[in-house]
Design a protein around this ligand. Structure first.
Ligand code: TYM
Length: 339
């Protein structure tokens, strides 16, 4: 039986702008979990410099970091009880990450599919940081001994690695149950939002086509336009979930609707069964605008005062460090570093 107190940790990268997938796959669940257990949410600026999108662009990184922090707050994270902070202000993440680099095995890292996708054909030109990215992610979680990690489906393999690292450390240092086995929390119909241009591809910040995703900062007109132009097939909407097989675009739009409306997917299928996409898309556009527009407005308000965001991040980092410091001190003692 684990003795660890429930604690939630999750994070997002400040690269490009956040999109509907980040909201439905992660942020929406974070806000719900805040009611259930203590939470910590970080903006992973150290992860952002592993790839070209964040490396060598200091102003852009700082801007995107504040924008992600603003999205957390506008999306419903209550900073009066939940610390938000940027990873770069909490050096304990990097310290534990180094130790974990020595725990993780090359064979484990070589299995990471996201590295393969992100490095593509140019593996030898990728940064070493991109390769060890999931090790830093394990440190983000375990430096607080967090037990629950709400994420989208694409992070599942990274969470399995974090569990393996925790287990091996506990075993190698003869410290059973020192680190918890963090649980991925992947719930709802928004855990894998797909591109609006191709229902077999994930909605992603790095897709060249802006029409493939709905950004959290898009205007109401842009949102409605992207949804109306979203790829579909020539058939009416299906009458049952079995009929969704081989219809990835229809499935994606119905999943988005269900996630945004907080409705069961079967109920949404039943509501629109046999209808044409045009009418459904109008309803989906209205729903998306109703959910995202107030958030975008609040983000703009918060971003007008960057000093206040910086203050919130600093206060959050201070609270996060108070949790991480005794844990990293304990880890170093276990490893044999003289204090
Ligand atoms: P990132 O920044 O790529 O994405 C942030 C969160 O959004 C989710 N997500 C999606 N969910 C549904 N559909 C999509 N199309 C979609 N795209 C992204 C991601 O699953 C994620 O939950 N490695 C992480 C950041 C990270 C982290 C951590 C997360 C660093 N350290 C510690 C949890 C705990 C990442 O790159 O997420």
């Amino acid at each position: 039986m684990s003795t660890h107190k429930p604690l939630v940790l999750s994070g997002m990268q400040p690269t490009n702008t956040l999109h509907l997938g980040n909201y439905l796959g992660a942020l929406k669940n974070w806000v719900r979990m805040q009611e259930e257990m203590p939470c910590l949410f970080c903006v992973v600026d150290m992860h952002a410099i592993t790839a070209d999108a964040g490396y060598g662009k200091p102003e852009e990184l700082a801007r995107a970091t504040r924008e992600v922090a603003a999205a957390y707050i506008a999306g419903g994270v209550d900073v009066s009880r939940t610390p938000i902070f940027n990873q770069g202000q909490v050096p304990e993440h990097a310290e534990l990450s180094w130790i974990f680099n020595c725990v993780a095995r090359l064979g484990w890292m070589d299995r990471m599919t996201q590295f393969k996708e992100k490095s593509g054909k140019h593996k030898e030109r990728s940064s070493v940081g991109l390769y060890t990215y999931p090790v830093l992610m394990a440190a983000d979680i375990l430096v607080y001994k967090a037990t629950h990690v709400p994420v989208g489906e694409d992070q599942k393999q990274h969470l399995e690695l974090a569990r393996d690292i925790a287990g091996k450390f506990n075993n190698d240092y003869n410290a059973p149950d020192f680190f918890p086995q963090p649980e991925p929390v992947i719930t709802g119909t928004g855990t894998r939002v797909m591109s609006l241009r191709d229902g077999t591809k994930k909605m992603s910040k790095s897709d060249e086509s802006d029409a493939s995703r709905i950004n959290l900062t898009d205007t109401a007109e842009a949102i409605a336009d992207k949804i109306r132009r979203a790829k579909t097939d020539p058939h009416p909407l299906p009458g049952s979930k079995d009929e969704l097989k081989e219809r990835p675009e229809a499935e994606n739009l119905l999943n988005i609707y269900a996630a945004l409306a907080d409705q069961d997917r079967d109920a949404v299928i039943a509501e629109f069964a046999g209808q044409q996409f045009s009418g459904f898309k109008n309803k989906l556009a209205d729903l998306t605008v109703a959910k995202l527009e107030p958030m975008a407005k609040e983000m703009r308000r918060l971003l007008a005062d960057p000093a206040e965001i910086d203050r919130i991040l600093k206060a959050g980092a201070h609270k996060a460090r108070a949790i991480a410091t005794p844990i990293i001190d304990d880890v170093k003692k276990k490893v044999g570093f003289i204090a």
